[in-house]
Design a protein around this ligand. Structure first.
Ligand SMILES: Nc1ncnc2c1ncn2[C@@H]1O[C@H](COP(=O)(O)OP(=O)(O)OP(=O)(O)O)[C@@H](O)[C@H]1O
Ligand SMILES: [Mg+2]
Length: 225
C-alpha cells in the first residue's frame, strides 16, 4: 500500500482479516469500552491510541480472547477468536506488556521452542536470523532473568517474529527500546505489512504510529455510568 492510504477505505486490500464489532467492557460502574468497532486487513496496520487508562490494553485483551468482553465480537479470518482454538493461535502473534518467559530456558532455547511449537519451517535458521535482527545473539545463552529490561522487551518481540503469523497484535512494543530499537521496530512493522501480515498496534509513540499505521482508532477516557 502507498503512503496515501490513510483513509477508511479498503479498496484493493480485500475483506478485513480481523473484524471487531461492538466491543463493550465494563468494570463495576465504569464503562471502559463502549461498542468499539475496527477492521484490520492483510497488509494493513491499524493504530490504537489514547491516554493512560482509556482501555487500549483492555481492548487488545478482548480482541485476542485474553479477556471476555461484556458484548461484541472479534473475528479473525472468519473464526470467532478463542485462544483455545489451534487455528486462531496459529494465525495470531501477540506481544502484550506483561510477557512471561520460561525461567529456566535460555534466550535461544525459548525462541526455538516457540518456533517449533508453531511449526515454523527452518526453525533454527529463522531463530538465528531474528536473534541477529533484534541484537540478542551475544546474550542468546543467557536466562531471561539476567537480561536488561530492553533486552527482555526485544525477546518478547522476537518471540512473535520467529513463528508464522497473519495478525500481529502489539501493546506498546516501543516501550523500553532505545532509539535504534524504535527505528528497527518501525522498519520491521513496515516489512510485516509488505509481507501481507496485518498489524494492530497500541502505542504512545506518535512518530511510530505515523510511520507504520494506515488508520488510527482513538479511545477516550472511561466514563462512569
Ligand atoms: N481487571 C480490571 N478490573 C478493574 N478495572 C480494570 C481492570 N482492567 C482494567 N481496568 C481499568 O480499565 C481502564 C483501562 O485500562 P487499560 O489497561 O485498558 O488502559 P490503557 O489504555 O491500556 O492504559 P495505559 O496507556 O496506561 O496502558 C483503567 O481505568 C483500568 O483501571
Ligand atoms: Mg495499556
Amino acid at each position: 500500500m502507498g503512503d496515501d492510504a490513510r483513509d477508511d477505505g479498503h479498496d484493493g486490500v480485500g475483506a478485513a482479516l480481523l473484524a471487531v464489532r461492538g466491543i463493550t467492557r465494563r468494570f463495576g460502574d465504569r464503562t471502559v469500552l463502549a461498542g468499539v468497532d475496527l477492521d484490520v486487513a492483510a497488509g494493513e496496520a491499524v493504530g490504537v491510541v489514547g491516554p493512560n487508562g482509556s482501555g487500549k490494553s483492555t481492548l487488545l485483551r478482548c480482541i485476542v480472547g485474553a479477556d471476555e468482553a461484556d458484548a461484541g465480537t472479534s473475528v479473525l479470518a472468519g473464526r470467532t477468536v478463542d485462544e483455545r482454538e489451534p487455528a486462531i493461535r496459529r494465525d495470531l502473534a501477540v506481544v502484550m506488556d506483561d510477557t512471561d518467559f520460561f525461567p529456566d530456558l535460555s534466550v535461544v532455547e525459548h525462541l526455538d521452542l516457540v518456533a517449533r511449537a508453531h511449526a515454523q519451517h527452518d526453525a533454527e535458521e529463522v531463530v538465528n536470523g531474528v536473534l541477529d535482527e533484534v541484537g540478542l545473539t551475544e546474550v542468546s545463552g543467557q536466562l531471561p532473568s539476567t537480561l536488561s529490561s530492553g533486552q527482555r522487551r526485544r525477546l518478547a518481540l522476537a518471540s512473535a517474529f520467529v513463528r508464522p503469523r497473519r495478525l500481529l497484535v502489539l501493546d506498546e512494543p516501543e516501550a523500553r527500546l532505545d532509539v535504534d530499537g524504535v527505528e528497527w521496530l518501525g522498519a520491521r512493522l513496515l516489512s510485516e505489512k509488505a509481507a501481507g501480515s496485518a498489524v494492530l498496534l497500541v502505542s504512545h509513540d506518535p512518530a511510530l504510529v505515523e510511520r507504520v499505521c494506515d488508520r488510527v482508532v482513538r479511545l477516550g477516557p472511561p466514563t462512569d455510568d
